[in-house]
Every structure is written in C-alpha cells, then in structure tokens.
Ligand binder design. Structure first.
Ligand code: LLP
Length: 418
C-alpha cells in the first residue's frame, strides 16, 4: 500500500484491520468511516472532566445521531440531550429512559411540547413566551430554562449561542419574570442550563459564563440540575500540530467552582455538560474519490465526489479539515502543490479545502477528510438529488461493519405521496 500522506490516521491505527482503499472499494464513496476505540476514548475523557459524584455528561446528538454510535455512547455511561422530537425519538430508540434525556428546545409549537411532555423527558424552555406556552399546556409541571449568561464562545459567529447577538436563552435581567410565570402556572423549576457556543480551545469564556449561571441558580431553591453546556473544541489542524483543549486545567477549575457553589447551596444537585463535537468529531474520517483534475485561470482544482451535501462545514463556516491521501497503485507523489479541493455540486462555493498544500493528487486517488464525525453526516442533505453516503464502523476488535446504508435512487422518490 502506497498511502502517500496519512500520518494522523496511521498514528491512531484508525482503519484497524482494513485500509481506506479497500473500504472505498467495498462500500463505495463518499463514505463516513468511524472508529469505535476513538469514540469510546472521547466519551471517557469527558466523563473524567469533573471530580464530583453527581457529574453527568449529556451527549448532544445533533452532532451525530447514528443509532449504532448512540448505543456505544450510551454504553459508555453518557446521557443525552435533544433539540427536536426526532432526537427524543432516536435517543429512546438507542435505549435511553425518558428521564435521562434533556429536551432543550427553541421556538417549538404546542404539538412538539406535547410530544415531549407525553414522552416524559425533562424540558428546558428558551424564552418567557415558551415558558408561558409550556405553563398553559402543563400547569403544575416541572421545567428548566435556558439562561443566556451574556458570554459567548465559538469558532464562527453563526455558532456563538450566548451574549448579545443571538436568539438563544433568557437574559439574566428577565429572571424576575421567570419567577412570576413559574408562580402563575405553579411550575417547579428543576434546572437551569446554558450553551455558550460551539468549539472553544481555551476554557476562559466557559469559566466566565459559569460565574453567571451559578449566581442565577442560587436564586432558586428546588433545583435538581445545572447544565453548563457543550462547545468543547477539538484540534482540526492536527497536521500543523494544533494543541488540544487542556481538559485537566478546565476540569480542575470547574470542580473547584462546583464544590464551592454546592457548599453554599446546601445540597448536592447534578452538574451536567452537553458536548457533541468533542465526543464524535475525531472518531470519523470521510473518504472520497478524486474524479477529475483540472486548471481554471491558474487555480488547480481537484474534483472529488465530496460535495457540500456530504460535508457542509467548509462551505458554511470556512471550516478547516485536514486531508489525507491514500493510493493503492501508481507512483508516489514527489512534490507538493497548492490546490483547491472541490466537490460535485452545482455551486462555486462547493469547496472542501480552499488553497491547500498537498502532495500531488491524481484521478482515482482516495482522500480522507479528517475529524468529520461531528456535524458531518448530521448536516448532510440530498441537494442536487445526490445520495447521502453510507457509514461504516471500525469496531474495537478491528472488524468493519456497515452502520447505515447509502441512499438509493428510490429513496429520493420514496417520500412523495402518490
Ligand atoms: N447544546 C446545545 C443547546 C447546542 O445548541 C449545541 C450545539 C450543543 C449542546 C453541542 O455543542 P458542541 O459540543 O458540539 O459544540 N454545525 C456547527 C456546530 C453547531 C453547534 C450547534 N449547537 C459546526 O459544524 O461547527
């Protein structure tokens, strides 16, 4: 095997007993390949974040909701959050009890509230308006609310979900109104949650936001949990040796704060986090095939079958994903060049990597898009009526197993009513 450029996956033995070219041949491309060992390791990293016996990690399945992966994550002892009835449904299918699911909803209608209430999951509301709707539907019930602690974080403004430029959460100054509505509908406030944004690589903003949520939480006497949110980042630039988030340091500071707060509150309640990306991102490499190589006005384009319907992050947020190259036969690439890696979708913005220096690529090469497990498949679509890809799992024993079949052409027609 002539792998050309595969330091990261080789270092992790990512492909177990198989190899990417064989996987591409067997299952076709584009193909999401997951590694069970890495997934389990990332679950354990975060379970060990805080030393507090009522510490809970709620996995956020918006990052990836493949049922087989959810089952592994559940097996590692994580619980779950949900953002939609679909995520509640999938969590239940993965084996979670309703009480293990926190439904953090945003601008939902009565029907969705009723689905959640009847499912028996815990529910957090995101505005006074929604608290009132919930109160009318379920007077005397239990509820949580999402606080906007005024501090945001994240890799792009589109994913910063606290502070003054976002639709999310209830502002701290509105807490008296929350109290009024709780009283009016005889609701018991069992939790407060926040989520300040997605992907931070230093803990500074997360820690700052906890000061605010802990302050607000002191005003409520019957809390059963405080949820500090997700957002834990991973290093996407591994080939450039980007540093990991220092979990030990962040965990120690959080543990100290929680211990202090708990002493003041007088009882031990659950403390939660709700990571998505950190758990699944590094467990997947997306395989694609080079179909065409061309030059247009001085730019060399590498045309692949990975359109933004398969992985939208680079097109949507200018996100960086490292790229590997796998080649079974043929000459090794003896020089590097700057290329634009693109997909097969009808838009100029269909770019996976803009100006990337890589060893020379040729038609039929297999490329691997690293760290594609979070917001990869879950944001994929049938745009251009392309088929959503298959997913395979490299199991802990090194074997490989299909965990979602590729769409078929019939699937494209299947949702229409005759
Ligand atoms: N909790 C709530 C309420 C959230 O909205 C999110 C993510 C999470 C938890 C999990 O955040 P994480 O730990 O994965 O950062 N599509 C974007 C990321 C969007 C995140 C949306 N909310 C991306 O590909 O970067």
């Amino acid at each position: 095997m002539n792998y050309i450029y595969s330091i990261i996956s080789t270092g992790k033995n990512f492909y177990g007993d198989t190899d990417p070219v064989a996987l591409a041949e067997e299952f076709g491309t584009p193909l999401y390949v997951y590694n069970e060992n890495i997934l389990r390791k990332r679950c354990r990293d975060l379970k060990g974040l805080i030393s507090y016996d009522k510490f809970v990690v709620n996995y956020s399945p918006k990052a990836n909701s493949n049922l087989e992966l959810l089952k592994i994550i559940r097996d590692e002892g994580l619980r779950a959050d949900a953002m939609s009835p679909g995520e509640i449904f999938l969590n239940l299918k993965a084996g979670y009890q309703p009480g293990e699911i926190l439904y953090i909803c945003n601008n939902v209608g009565e029907d969705e509230f009723l689905y959640a209430i009847q499912s028996g999951v815990n529910i957090s509301v995101d505005s006074l308006s929604q608290l009132e709707m919930f109160g009318k539907l379920n007077p005397g019930g239990e509820v949580a609310f999402r606080l906007n602690p005024g501090v945001g974080a994240g890799h792009h403004e589109k994913v910063r979900t606290a502070g003054s430029k976002t639709k999310f959460g209830i502002e701290m100054k509105l807490v008296p109104h929350v109290k009024k509505l709780l009283k009016e509908y005889n609701l018991k406030l069992i939790g407060i949650n926040q989520h300040i944004g997605s992907l931070f690589l230093t803990g500074e903003a997360y820690l700052r936001s906890t000061v605010n949520i802990l302050k607000v939480a002191r005003e409520f006497e019957e809390l059963e949990f405080i949820d500090l949110g997700g957002g834990f980042g991973i290093p996407y630039k591994k080939q450039a040796k980007e540093e990991r988030l220092d979990l030990r340091d962040l965990g120690k500071k959080l543990s100290d704060r929680i211990a202090k707060w708990t002493a003041g509150y007088g009882k031990k309640i659950e403390f939660m986090i709700e990571p998505g990306r950190y758990i699944v991102a590094e467990s997947s490499i997306l395989l694609g095939r080079v179909n065409a190589v061309k030059s247009n006005y001085g730019i060399k384009y590498i045309g692949t079958d990975i359109g933004f319907n398969v992985l939208v992050r680079p097109a949507m947020y200018d996100s960086h994903h490292d790229i590997e190259i796998y080649r079974k036969e043929g000459e090794p690439s003896d020089h590097e060049e700057t290329v634009r890696i693109v997909g097969n979708i009808c838009e100029t913005g269909d770019i996976i990597a803009k100006d990337r220096k890589l060893p020379e690529l040729f038609e039929k090469d297999i490329i691997g898009i690293l760290d594609s497990g979070a917001y990869g498949f879950s944001m994929s679509s049938n745009y251009n009526n392309r088929l959503r890809p298959a997913e395979v799992l490299v199991e802990a024993n090194g074997n490989c197993r299909l965990i979602r079949r590729r769409d078929t052409l019939e699937d494209l027609a299947g949702k229409f009513v005759e």
